[in-house]
Design a protein. Structure first.
Ligand code: CAA
Length: 288
């Protein structure tokens, strides 16, 4: 694949908008496909807010920020991905939804194009099996906030070819400038396999009345030097996403440590999703 590439990003939520941004910042031409008209401006607004934060923090000039925005086109039609070299899906963390959009895009993509999923926890093999190109499907798992976190997990399914792996790794490392961590196709890959049990135990600790949300977070932040505590991190990731990842991991391993605690489910049911809804374990200054 030669730069600049034509990249498709499916879904403009927290992760999709971040992926679109880092691809555009690396000079690629990005088509961001949103699910419907009501979501049309959401992804673009998130990228605009993020690049203006990058300008405030001296990471981009105003003119670079304008160029980044100019490289991102928003559309509603998956068929418009026909000319893309690489499509990264970042739709909601549900296997049926991901498999449906991947199968649809697979039909219009050129033979040599790659399909990637940003799933946090679903088996890449099952997503690859929904397409006619299981050798050209790979997991590219980015971390939130995508423009800031310097690593991507690269996950191969049993069917992913070596050529796909080397093209995907070259893209992540040489073009996006992020570190590659290779992971096996097991729910949670490397990072979430360790992170999610930790997050869930913080929720259980709060649920049992053992400590307050503030004390749990301060304990880990100040006692272990983490940039944020586990409950604040749940708020950043989105409680619905943490719930969905825990469910996939529990379905795979049947280990109680991955079982989502009832409090997490109740909060998700209540729409208390963290930063994206304005309130989670902590109130957020503004929905982001
Ligand atoms: N673009 C570019 N750079 C940006 C930026 C943007 N939009 N916003 C912030 N930055 C940069 C800042 O310039 C700063 O860089 P320097 O240190 O070089 O100055 C750095 O990012 C930190 O920014 P801030 O000082 O504004 O913010 P902070 O210090 O409060 O850190 C945080 C915020 C980066 C979110 C930090 O709290 C953190 O690292 N938290 C942990 C995040 C984490 O664990 N993420 C993984 C979640 S798990 C996941 O995503 C996977 C999954 O499947 C669930």
């Amino acid at each position: 694949m030669s730069d600049p590439l034509a990249i498709g990003v499916l879904g403009g939520g927290l992760m999709g908008s971040g992926i679109a941004e880092v691809c555009a910042r690396a000079g690629h031409d990005v088509l961001l496909v949103e699910a419907d008209a009501s979501a049309r401006d959401g992804g673009r607004d998130r990228v605009a807010a993020s690049v203006s934060r990058a300008v405030e923090r001296g990471k981009l000039t105003s003119s670079e920020a304008q160029q980044v925005l100019g490289r991102i086109r928003v559309g509603l039609d998956l068929d418009a991905c026909a000319d893309r070299d690489l499509v990264v899906e970042a739709v909601t963390e549900r296997e049926d939804v991901k498999a449906t959009v991947l199968a649809r895009v697979d039909k219009v993509l050129a033979d040599e194009a790659l399909l990637a999923s940003n799933t946090s926890s679903l088996p890449i093999m099952r997503l690859a099996a929904a397409t006619s190109r299981p050798d050209r499907v790979i997991g590219l798992h980015f971390f939130n906030p995508v423009p800031v976190m310097p690593v991507v997990e690269v996950v191969t399914a049993l069917t992913t070819s070596n050529d796909t792996l080397s093209r995907a790794e070259a893209f992540v490392r040489d073009s996006l400038g992020k570190h590659v961590v290779r992971a096996s196709d097991r729910a949670g890959f490397v990072v979430n396999a360790m992170l999610v049990p930790y997050l869930l135990s913080a929720v259980r600790m709060l649920e049992s009345g053992y400590a307050t949300a503030r004390d749990i977070d301060e304990g880990m932040r100040l006692g272990c030097g983490h940039p944020m505590g586990p409950l604040a991190l749940c708020d950043l990731i989105g409680l619905d996403t943490v719930q969905a990842i825990a469910e996939s991991m529990y379905a795979e391993y049947k280990e109680p440590l991955y079982a989502p605690p009832p409090l997490l489910q109740r909060m998700t049911d209540a729409g208390l999703l963290g930063r994206k809804s304005g309130r989670g374990f902590h109130p957020s200054p503004a929905a982001a």
